[in-house]
Ligand binder design. Structure first.
Ligand code: NAP
Length: 490
């Protein structure tokens, strides 16, 4: 791993420190105090992002100075950043992850001493590796009609390959034996299926590791039923977001769940949890998740001894149970954040009685070619187009109109679907239609290739009668359909 950290060569690594919003500053302060007390030679460069920055009128929530600091240090320890829910600015967290292409979000959870849960004693010790920049979180959304919204789910072979290779490499670095790929490829065969197919190809290069696929909904079910069967789970962005909150609850909740956002150039370490605004400034929050994120950061920086020193001090503190935060004993009785931090500092150098820190090796970052067109097809042709039309007509009415339009055309109307279900020609079913129709046109000559002028001509004819909002070419790639059928389409 080439950190290329500005100060790395001088023996003191520089880390960009973002305190964040809500409980962020309290948690970050705890982690920083512990790292400093452990004698790690780090220089901190404090920068801002999140709510305060939005208020200054910077729409991304990430100011230029913060970006420049990260470009230089390449390593970030950050507190949670507040994001308006359902309106307003985009998430500054997602912006940071995407700007620096931190393509993998690593979320480990492990049963901890003194943190009693319904799963205590079962030895949960697993990592969710979540793809971090693609999928629905690419955030490409459009209102297609006044009443129908769309979010594009973009999944690339390159993105899958990077995160899958990282998951296998992580297994080797942490001495783990099994990697599960969790996907919804039974329904989304092209997008989620891309993850599964890539996993199956890459797995062959790691014969020392057990590799299996599991459908994400069953994965959620198995995680609640028998979580100890999992070692590493690699999955797409949204699936990973959801199951990793679930896994953190298995070991005591968000207060104990650290994470790392890792890319080829930059790594950002942060708790899984958010800014928990109701606890902000009260000195009651559990800082363990941020402290353990800092431990992950130290390992990334090659500071294995310091990481073990701090992790052991956290384990001793939890095992002895003299300092216990409000999330596990109740906020009226919990140890204040500051006192909990002091206890961990006092425990530096001690070893827990029954718990062992895992033996970690440096993580080998995967090498995947940077070419944008990672996959090149041997052959491809366009055989038709889906034209998305807004119309208040019935399926029958719209179908008849479009049939008239293509009566003399080299294209024919194959079907119309409404929210993915074929409604024309009628199949005698009862879909509750909205004013958003996918109209599939294919060449009458099945061996032909649709020319640009034919498609543009069709669009001009359709737009003379109907409002269209989107076109998708139907491609055949290496002889395989590059599109799926509608529900009910033959
Ligand atoms: P949240 O801040 O994670 O808080 C949800 C609940 O989790 C809290 O009410 C609390 O549960 C528990 N919790 C969170 N952190 C804890 C800690 N350190 N110790 C103990 N318990 C903890 O989620 P949210 O309320 O949905 O989101 C608040 C804001 O944070 C939003 O603006 C959201 O966008 C943002 N967010 C940021 C990040 C990030 O920066 N990476 C991640 C997630 C959310 P109880 O109420 O049961 O005590």
């Amino acid at each position: 791993m080439d950190l290329n950290n500005a100060s790395a060569g001088k023996g003191k690594k520089t880390v960009t420190l973002i305190p964040g919003d809500g409980v962020g500053p309290e948690c970050i302060n705890a982690a920083r105090r512990i790292i400093d007390a452990a004698g790690v030679r780090l220089a901190w460069e404090e920068q801002q992002a999140g709510a305060g920055v939005f208020k200054q009128g910077i729409a991304s929530g990430v100011p230029r100075e913060t970006i420049e600091s990260i470009q230089k240090t390449r390593v970030v320890l950050k507190g949670p950043l507040e994001t308006p829910v359902g309106y307003g600015q985009k998430s500054a967290n997602v912006t940071l992850r995407k700007l620096f292409e931190t393509y993998a979000n690593i979320r480990p959870v492990r049963e901890l001493p003194g943190v009693v849960t319904p799963y205590s004693g079962r030895g949960i010790d697993l990592v969710v590796v979540r793809e971090n920049v693609e999928d629905l979180y690419a955030g490409i959304e459009h209102m297609q009609t006044p009443g129908v919204a769309q979010c594009l789910k973009l999944i690339s072979r390159k993105g899958c390959e990077k995160v899958i290779r990282l998951a296998f490499e992580l297994a080797r670095a942490e001495g783990r034996m099994r990697v599960h790929c969790a996907s919804k490829s039974n329904i989304m065969k092209l997008t989620e299926g891309m993850l599964k197919r890539t996993f199956e190809e890459v797995a062959g290069e790691y014969p020392d590791l057990e590799a299996s696929h599991i459908i994400i909904d069953n994965c959620a079910h198995q995680l609640v039923k028998k979580p100890e069967q999992f070692d590493i789970i690699v999955t797409t962005n949204m699936n990973g977001d959801i199951v990793s909150d679930l896994t953190s609850a298995l070991v005591g909740g968000l207060g104990f769940a650290p994470s790392a956002n890792i890319g080829s150039d930059v790594a950002i370490f942060e708790a899984v949890h958010g800014s928990a605004p109701k606890y902000a400034g009260k000195d009651v929050i559990n800082p363990t998740a941020v402290i353990l994120s800092a431990v992950m950061m130290l390992r990334y920086l090659g500071e294995f001894a310091a990481a073990a020193l701090i992790e052991n001090a956290v384990l001793v503190t939890l095992e002895e149970g003299k300092a216990r935060t409000g999330d596990i004993v109740g906020y009226d009785r919990g140890t204040p954040t500051s006192a909990y931090t002091e206890t961990i500092i006092a425990n530096l150098g001690r070893l827990p009685q029954k718990w062992e820190v895992r033996d970690y090796k440096p993580l080998q970052m995967p090498q995947v070619p940077a070419a944008p067109d990672l996959v090149r097809a041997g052959s491809r042709r366009v055989i038709g187009a889906d034209i998305f039309v807004e119309s208040a007509l019935s399926a029958e009415g719209l179908g008849n109109s479009l049939e008239q339009i293509v009566a003399e055309s080299p294209l024919r109307l194959k079907m119309i679907s409404n929210r993915g279900t074929k409604v024309y020609p009628a199949a005698g079913t009862f879909p509750d239609c909205v004013d958003h129709w996918r109209c599939r046109f294919v060449l009458r000559d099945a061996s032909g290739e649709l020319r640009e002028e034919q498609l543009l001509g069709l669009l001009a004819q359709v737009s003379a009668r109907h409002r269209w909002m989107h076109v998708e070419k139907l491609q055949e790639i290496d002889g395989e359909a590059g599109f799926t059928m509608a529900q009910g389409e033959d």
